[in-house]
Design a protein around this ligand. Structure first.
Ligand code: C5P
Length: 222
């Protein structure tokens, strides 16, 4: 049986991880959330009072960090040096600083190396910003998932409500737009659609409709 690598990139809150997890489960593949790795480093930097502008110290910190994932039902737990950080890395302080941390070239080269090791045997669904362009440029399936800022903010708002988080919709919109701007305008591996990626606009699609489209893209490669 053929094994493939599926790269899913796109802007913040476009639903990448939601669909990546479903597709990985159906195929029995590994799911790798690369954003969680940048978030884990950002979280550790905050804990250790390291400035997000201090590339040298961030890289030193990263080299001492093991980042691991453990399945948890349909989700994943995230650990740094054996300590669980699953929820901590989603908090607003991390979200608001992660783009500054991920802009550093040496931070990226260390994490890209780890991501390539995870994907070395194929059978992987990986989501992020630069998977199709930098991490797995020869991935068999590349998808660039987008949705309007309004739609992404609305989805995040609904998700937050179910968790008791009450950030106003307008604030979410601004945060999403800011992060997209920073991720798309950095010098090293900015967020950009790979030339051979398939663009999928999910603005008016349900999760199941998005998954179905991705299934079709995968099955012609298998
Ligand atoms: O996907 P998620 O929103 O969790 O990613 C958090 C941040 O990590 C992004 O806004 C981006 O700055 C960074 N990131 C990246 N490259 C990736 C994945 C995430 O630069 N492959």
């Amino acid at each position: 049986e053929k094994t493939i690598r599926i790269a899913i990139d796109g802007p913040a809150s476009a639903g990448k991880s939601t669909v990546a997890k479903i597709v990985a489960k159906e195929l029995g593949y590994i799911y790798c959330d690369t954003g969680a790795m940048y978030r884990a480093l950002t979280h550790q930097a905050i804990e250790k009072n390291i400035e997000v502008t201090d590339e040298k110290r961030l890289v030193e910190l990263l080299k001492e960090m093991t980042i691991s994932f453990e399945p948890n039902g349909d989700n994943q737990k995230v650990f740094v040096n054996g300590q669980e950080v699953t929820e901590a890395i989603r908090l607003p302080n991390v979200t608001n600083l992660v783009s500054a941390v991920s802009a550093h070239g040496e931070v990226r080269s260390e994490l890209v190396k780890r991501q390539q090791e995870i994907a070395a045997h194929g059978r992987v669904v990986m989501d992020g910003r630069d998977i199709g362009t930098a991490v797995l440029p020869t991935a068999e399936v590349k998808i660039f998932l987008i949705a309007s800022v309004d739609e992404r903010a609305q989805r995040r708002y609904t998700e937050n409500m179910s968790k008791g988080i009450t950030t106003p919709l307008e604030v979410l919109k601004q945060e999403i737009a800011d992060r997209d701007y920073k991720d798309s305008h950095r010098e090293v591996s900015p967020l950009v659609q790979a030339e051979d990626a398939i663009l999928l606009d999910t603005t008016s699609l349900s999760i199941e409709q998005v998954v179905e489209k991705i299934r079709e893209m995968i099955h012609i490669k298998l």
